[in-house]
Design a protein around this ligand. Structure first.
Ligand SMILES: CC(C)(COP(=O)(O)OP(=O)(O)OC[C@H]1O[C@@H](n2cnc3c(N)ncnc32)[C@H](O)[C@@H]1OP(=O)(O)O)[C@@H](O)C(=O)NCCC(=O)NCCS
Length: 170
């Protein structure tokens, strides 16, 4: 059962000044294991990414205890996939299981579906990432297929699921 924070989680758009908090999230062992990030990333590279976001990416952050503890990126499709967006997210290792991910996904769905006319939200998640699977299922994401040997993680290849949520089916 998830422990709820004493204070509500604030969700807002990512600002350039968030880069140090974001870099701290990227250093987490579980954050790295659950995503395609590599250990030992340069803080300069992360700073550059936060300060100069790609135009096809919108990043939301979660603020708790006065610091950014979670980040969620919506990567928009183009042309005939303009109705789609791909989600990538991570929560600081010390703040997982406290409802931060839930608040981020809830906000991302509202932004995508109610303001950006996105009708298909998709993501990839490692097949053994139980907390993430539970989070996405809670919001109506369904597994559409298995991506075998999707990525190399800590010495071995791991499968991932492709999951999606269709606005008009929820
Ligand atoms: C996956 C992740 C984003 C979830 O964020 P979070 O803030 O920990 O999630 P929440 O606290 O909002 O919990 C969401 C749901 O996950 C489930 N959950 C949480 N912790 C869990 C655990 N240890 N084991 C199993 N399920 C768990 C619960 O069902 C919970 O919903 P509930 O509170 O309604 O019961 C976060 O754990 C994380 O960043 N992990 C490392 C990076 C990663 O895996 N990113 C996702 C890539 S696809």
């Amino acid at each position: 059962m998830t422990r709820r924070p004493h204070h509500p989680v604030l969700i807002r758009g990512q600002e350039a000044e968030d880069w140090e908090d974001v870099a701290a999230i990227f250093e987490g062992e579980r954050a790295i294991a659950g995503t395609l990030q590599l250990p030992y990333q340069s803080r300069d590279a992360i700073r550059d990414r936060v300060e100069n976001p790609r135009p096809d990416l919108r990043v939301l952050v979660a603020v708790l205890d006065g610091r950014v503890v979670g980040t969620l990126g919506l990567h928009f499709g183009r042309g005939r996939q303009a109705h789609t967006a791909h989600i990538g997210m991570m929560v600081h290792d010390s703040y997982q299981g406290q409802g931060v991910g839930t608040a981020l996904v809830e906000a991302a769905i509202a932004l995508a579906e109610r303001w950006l006319a996105i009708t298909r939200l998709e993501l990839t998640v490692y097949a053994d990432n139980e907390p993430a699977l539970a989070l996405y299922r809670k919001f109506g994401f369904e597994i559409e297929g298995t991506l075998r040997d999707y990525a190399f993680r800590d010495g071995r290849y791991v499968d991932a699921y492709l999951m999606a949520r269709l606005r008009d089916e929820t």
